[in-house]
Design a protein around this ligand. Structure first.
Ligand code: ADP
Length: 473
């Protein structure tokens, strides 16, 4: 079965609650009215019986009503109060006096019933034809002769009519009220849900190509606005990632196309120009170099992709950073010499950090490689390692070509190469520094770059020293 829409559910719940409330209220009112009417009838019968008693006189061994017939007020009261009225002799159970109305209704009590009522004179009721009559019972005692049971009654018809009328009104009002509640509920639910519908429509209209669009907020600061804001934040993140992916894809294509074109050109030359065996060897050596470059780039890309996917585990052991940096500088020395760049180191001993030696080695090598790469002949690269608060601080300073100020904020981005015209002279795909940044962050550290155009560049890396918890940068 298709689930009910939220609007229908809200309306049903609202109507049900309202309906139950109406029925409950109606029941309480009905009960209160019935009790009130019943009590006031009893009070009226009490009053009537008490007043009539003043006119009752024992005469000739029997009870008689004696009043001034010329007094219209008295006559009217007695006539009215004795509409349902009868007196019994308790001893015999015989009727002594009976009003015309009772006589016509044919209401009779058996001697047993008379005696029973005389023993326990309370209110009693009888059903006569289609009306019920309630009697006030009282016993009047004649010391010398007999006891008399005096019954003064009133019809329950007006009470029943009033209750019926009330019930009829309620039975009409409750469905009408419930219907009104349903209409109100439907309208209110529609009003409450309309912003959600608007949001749903606006969300549906957002395509991947239109991630710059945002959902509208009404400025009410309510749940719906919070939902829009949350969704807009997600959209902004999505937009940033899609943008990054686009740039990434464009950059990869570009980076792959250049070496592939070069390889193809060389292959064409080799094929059509039929060069000498030496020439062949040179072409193949060039191609091997290009292949190496491509392999390096693809390896870098793979590492970054796996890092993004959270698939790379960084081990956390103690690493003697001083030894590591010293040995890497030593390893780099021949390259620097071949480039005619002076490479110097000043490292504090036994600085131990917690981390992964292989990944930390990549950091140092990347920075050294860049420094030597971007420093012209007879330049200098100085590596210094020391302690700063609870961090090991590694600095790689060169006297190279420097980085333009507008490029500095981007050099840690993937595929970013400051001023391609100058970088084209040296190989690189603009991936090394983004990997450096990722590795340093995995070690809870930080890396910065400072550069003065033509005044060289300085990269600084901070890695927390081992065994010192709560480091902050
Ligand atoms: P690449 O593989 O191209 O060197 P990197 O991510 O390592 O990529 O560096 C990004 C860019 O930052 C480089 O292309 C270069 O323009 C600039 N750069 C990095 N290190 C230095 C440096 N020591 N001196 C001058 N420019 C540098």
């Amino acid at each position: 079965m298709k689930p009910l829409s939220l609007r229908t559910q809200l309306t049903l719940v609202y109507t049900a609650i309202f309906g139950v409330l109406l029925v409950g209220l109606g029941g309480i009112l009905y009960h209160t009215l019935a009790t009130r009417l019943d009590r006031s009838l009893n009070e009226e019968l009490d009053e009537r019986a008490a007043a009539l008693r003043g006119f009752l006189t024992l005469r000739d061994g029997t009870l008689q009503l004696v009043f001034n017939e010329n007094d219209p007020e008295q006559a009217h009261f007695v006539h009215d109060a004795t509409r349902f009225y009868q007196i019994f002799d308790v001893a015999t159970g015989e009727v002594v006096v009976q009003s015309r109305e009772i006589e016509l209704l044919g209401v009779r009590l058996s001697p047993d019933e008379v005696r029973q009522l005389a023993r326990d004179p309370d209110f009693s009721e009888i059903q006569a034809h289609n009306t019920r009559i309630r009697f006030h019972n009282a016993v009047i005692r004649d010391n010398s002769a007999a006891d008399f049971l005096v019954q003064v009654g009133a019809s329950l018809q007006p009470v029943e009519d009033a209750l019926h009328q009330f019930l009829g009104t309620m039975l009409l009002l409750i469905p009408v009220g419930a219907l009104l509640a349903a209409l109100c509920g439907w309208w209110m639910a529609r009003r409450a849900i309309r912003p959600v519908d608007v949001l749903a429509r606006a969300t549906r209209e957002i395509e991947i190509s239109g991630l710059h669009r945002r959902l509208p907020t009404r400025g009410a600061g309510d749940e719906i606005d919070r939902l829009s804001e949350a969704f807009n934040e997600t959209l902004a993140k999505l937009q940033a990632s899609v943008e990054q992916m686009k740039q990434f894809t464009a950059a990869i294509s570009h980076e792959l196309r250049t070496p592939l074109t070069a390889l193809r050109g060389q292959a064409e030359v080799a094929l059509f120009e039929l060069p000498s065996p030496e020439e062949y060897r040179r072409i193949l050596a060039d191609q091997l170099e290009e292949f190496d470059k491509l392999t390096r780039m693809i390896n870098h890309l793979l590492i970054l992709a796996r890092a993004d996917a959270g698939e790379i585990q960084i081990s956390h052991g103690s690493v003697n950073l001083s030894e590591l940096v010293n040995s890497l500088v030593e390893q780099m020395e021949p390259v620097a010499v071949s480039e005619n760049v002076e490479l110097k180191i000043a490292a504090e001993n036994d600085l131990v950090v917690e981390g992964d030696p292989d990944w930390l080695e990549r950091v140092v090598l990347n920075l050294l490689d860049n420094a030597v790469k971007f420093t012209p002949a007879s330049g200098r690269v100085v590596v210094s390692l020391g302690r700063e608060n609870r961090f090991a601080r590694l600095e790689v300073q060169d006297t190279g070509i420097g980085i333009p100020a507008d490029s500095l904020p981007h050099i840690f981005d993937r595929f970013y190469r400051a001023d391609p015209s100058r970088s084209r002279l040296v190989e690189g795909a603009g991936l090394g520094l983004s990997l450096v940044k990722w590795i340093v962050e995995q070690h809870h550290g930080r890396v910065t770059a400072e550069s003065a155009m033509s005044g060289g560049t300085c990269f600084t890396v901070w890695i927390p020293l081992a065994g010192r918890s709560g480091n902050t940068l």
